[in-house]
Ligand binder design. Structure first.
Ligand SMILES: Cc1cc2nc3c(=O)[nH]c(=O)nc-3n(C[C@H](O)[C@H](O)[C@H](O)COP(=O)(O)OP(=O)(O)OC[C@H]3O[C@@H](n4cnc5c(N)ncnc54)[C@H](O)[C@@H]3O)c2cc1C
Length: 329
C-alpha cells in the first residue's frame, strides 16, 4: 500500500460518525459477517450516541433512534493499517502515485509492478483517471473541526441555508464534539470556511483545528473495474449521497474487493466479478440514497419548502431517508 499522507489518519477529514453494526446491518441487509468488519475496539471510540436530531431550517427538531459511535478517526485509520500489516501487507506512507500504465504504478519512490491495482485514493482518484474510468461527478466541499466544551448527547444535523444543499453537524464525543458542514457548490458560492464560521457562531462553538475535504455525492461511478484496476470507497463513489457517510460502504466494498482479488489470483474468478458483487451488497440502498438526495435538491433552495417537506415526511420519513430506504412505499 502507498499513501501520500505523512501520517495515516491525519488530518481528520471526517465527521467520524460510524453507525453501530446493527444499524449498518439494517441499512445494508444484503451484507453478511458485519461483526468481524465493524468490531471496533473501545480505544478507537471517542463517544457513543443513541439518537439523531434532525433540525429543520425553522429550528424544528425531529428525534430519531439511531445508534452510532464517534470514532477517533486518527487512531481508527492507523488501526486498519495495523490489521492489514498483520495480514501481510506493507504500507509506504509519504509516497504519491503519479500514474498507472500497463499494470505498473509510477510512484514518487519508483515503479511498482502489480498484478492488481486497487484505487482507494478518494473522490479525486488519480487511479480512476489513469484507468480511463469515471470519477464521482459531484464532489461537495465539507469542512470539519474539533470543538471543545459540553454538547447535548445526541447527534445533530442542521438543514437549510446553514449548509445549502447539504447539512451541518454536531457529533458529540465524551469530551467535545466533531462539528462541520458540507454543501452543494451549485447552491452556494460561499467559501467553506466562511459557512463554517457562521455555523460555529450559531451553535456557540470554537474549534481547535479545521480541515477540508470532498464528499462524493453523485452515487457510484458507472464502472469500477478496468483491466487490472479496481476502485474502492470514495474513488468508486460508494458514499451514501443522502448523508455523505462513506466509512461503512468503503469497508464493505473493500473487503469484497479483497475476496475477489484473492479468487482472481487463484484463477477461481474474474476481476470483473467485483462489480457485480459489491453492487449486490450495497447497490440498492445507494440507489435509494441517491434518489432521496435528488428529491431533496428540488426543495433545498427554499428554507420554507424544505421545512414543509420535512414536516410532511415527519419522523418516520426522515428515518427512512437516513437509512437509505425508499422515502415512499
Ligand atoms: C468533511 C468530511 C466529513 C465526513 N464525515 C463522515 C462521517 O462522519 N462518517 C462517514 O462514514 N463518512 C464520512 N465522510 C466520508 C468518509 O470520510 C469517506 O467516505 C471515507 O474516508 C472513504 O474512504 P476512502 O479510503 O475511500 O478515501 P479517503 O479516506 O479519502 O482515503 C484516500 C487516501 O488516498 C490517499 N491518496 C489520494 N491520492 C493519492 C495519490 N495520488 N498517491 C498516494 N495516496 C493518495 C489519501 O492520502 C488518503 O489517505 C466524510 C468526508 C468528509 C470530507
Amino acid at each position: 500500500m502507498i499513501d501520500r499522507r505523512k501520517e495515516i489518519g491525519h488530518p481528520v477529514q471526517c465527521g467520524e460518525l460510524l453507525p453501530d453494526v446493527k444499524e449498518i446491518d439494517s441499512i445494508f441487509p444484503a451484507t453478511a459477517q458485519l461483526n468481524e468488519l465493524f468490531d471496533v475496539e473501545p480505544s478507537l471510540i471517542a463517544g457513543r450516541n443513541s439518537t439523531v436530531k434532525i433540525v429543520s431550517p425553522g429550528g424544528r427538531g425531529y428525534m430519531l433512534d439511531f445508534a452510532s459511535y464517534s470514532l477517533d478517526r486518527r487512531k481508527f485509520d492507523k488501526h486498519l493499517v495495523k490489521l492489514a500489516e498483520e495480514a501481510g501487507a506493507r504500507l509506504c506512507n509519504d509516497v504519491s502515485l503519479l500514474s498507472v500504465k500497463d499494470g505498473i504504478a509510477r510512484t514518487s519512490i519508483g515503479d511498482i509492478k502489480a498484478k492488481v491495482v486497487v484505487g482507494a485514493d478518494g473522490p479525486n482518484s488519480l487511479t480512476a483517471r489513469e484507468a480511463g474510468l469515471d470519477r464521482p461527478r459531484l464532489r461537495y466541499p465539507a469542512i470539519t473541526g474539533r470543538a471543545e466544551g459540553q454538547f447535548d448527547d445526541c447527534v445533530e444535523m442542521f438543514f437549510g441555508s446553514v449548509a445549502p444543499g447539504g447539512y451541518a453537524w454536531i457529533i458529540p464525543k465524551d469530551t467535545g464534539a466533531n462539528v462541520g458542514l458540507g454543501f452543494s457548490r451549485k447552491s452556494c458560492r460561499e467559501r467553506p470556511s466562511e459557512a463554517f464560521e457562521r455555523f460555529k457562531k450559531m451553535i456557540g462553538a470554537r474549534t481547535s483545528s479545521t480541515s477540508l475535504g470532498f464528499v462524493p455525492m453523485s452515487g457510484p461511478v458507472k464502472s469500477t473495474v478496468a483491466e487490472n484496476i479496481v476502485l474502492v470507497g470514495d474513488a468508486a463513489g460508494q458514499a451514501m449521497p443522502s448523508n455523505g457517510g462513506g466509512i461503512p460502504t468503503a469497508m464493505i466494498a473493500g473487503r469484497e474487493a479483497g475476496r475477489v482479488i484473492r479468487g482472481y489470483l487463484a484463477k477461481d474468478c474474474k476481476l470483473t466479478d467485483y462489480e457485480r458483487r459489491w453492487r449486490s451488497l450495497i447497490g440498492e440502498p445507494l440507489k435509494n440514497s441517491l434518489r432521496t438526495r435528488r428529491l431533496a435538491d428540488v426543495f433545498f433552495p427554499s428554507n420554507v419548502l424544505l421545512g414543509l417537506t420535512m414536516a410532511i415526511l415527519g419522523t418516520r420519513g426522515l428515518d427512512r431517508a437516513i437509512r437509505c430506504r425508499p422515502l415512499f412505499l
